[in-house]
Design a binder for this molecule. Structure first.
Ligand code: SAM
Length: 255
């Protein structure tokens, strides 16, 4: 099936989706919109995330990290740490001999992560990570690929901060390929989850987050484009594991 995203054909810059004019007009507006969206929903995020994942979030994150090769004693960077869901899953695996560091641009999300986890947290974006070269054994980024400005610079930064032989795991939703899959996904997120989120949290911001989540997903570049950007940033053994046509794990190794 042809992607509807013109970025699939642009070799210079790989934006995960086109400008979504219902929400913002340009890249500066995009960043402002995202900062506000995640700051405003930070205190409700865990409840919304549970609704979207039907409560499987913590279990699934641990499973994905282990399958990608995370083991005891590793030094981990969780990019887009949010309220700390991937970071806390990683902490249970690396144990006391390992370490987990989180980075996120949203002050609100970092404050929530700070309340829950006793780990080092920094403010920053995936496209310009505030860490030195070759420092981590494993980097991860959960449900944030759709929010970066450029996939190539995001992958290049993961590559830079990983030591040789280190692993990157990206987990995010995938645009369903069939019309039926798209219809079911749209109905579930835009109608069911969006209303449950509003009822459960009492906030219109929660509904906006869910709606925006679907719109970025509906216009997302293909998995092939994501894998190509990863490979062109230097990663080897690049692979994708798909789940139920809606979720993808992208894994690669720095040679
Ligand atoms: C849907 S949440 C995911 C949080 C967490 N990783 C999880 O699995 O629940 C997306 C996060 O990405 C962050 N984010 C948005 N733009 C980003 C960027 N350019 N670089 C890094 N993180 C970003 C947001 O602030 C937010 O905390």
């Amino acid at each position: 099936m042809m992607s509807e995203n013109p970025n699939d054909r642009d070799p210079r810059r790989v934006s995960p989706h086109p400008v979504l004019t219902a929400y913002y007009r340009d890249e500066a507006g995009h960043r402002r919109f995202l900062t506000r969206l995640f700051d405003d929903t930070a205190s409700q995020y865990d409840r919304i995330s549970d609704l979207m994942s039907l409560g499987s979030g913590a279990w699934y994150r641990r499973y994905a990290l282990r399958r990608a090769g995370l083991t005891e004693g590793m030094k981990v960077l969780d990019v887009a740490v949010g309220t700390g869901a991937f970071a806390s899953a990683a902490m249970t695996i690396v144990g006391p001999w390992g370490s987990v560091v989180g980075v996120d641009p949203s002050t609100g999300m970092l404050a929530q992560a700070h309340k829950k986890l006793g780990i080092r947290l920094s403010q920053g974006v995936a496209e310009a990570l505030p860490f030195r070269d070759e420092h981590f054994d494993f980097t991860t980024m959960g449900y944030a690929l759709r929010h970066v400005a450029d996939l190539r610079s995001m992958f290049a930064e993961h590559f830079r901060v990983l030591r040789r032989g280190g692993t990157l795991l990206i987990v995010d939703f995938t645009r369903p390929r069939s019309r039926v899959g798209l219809g079911v996904g749209r109905f579930y997120l835009k109608v069911v989850v969006s209303w449950m989120a509003r009822l459960g949290t009492g906030g219109k911001e929660a509904r906006l987050l869910v709606r925006y989540c679907w719109d970025t997903l509906e216009h997302l570049v293909t998995s092939e484009t994501i894998l190509a950007a990863m490979t062109s940033s230097g990663f080897v053994n690049v692979r994708r594991v798909g789940w139920f046509g809606i979720l993808s794990e992208y894994v690669g190794r720095k040679p």
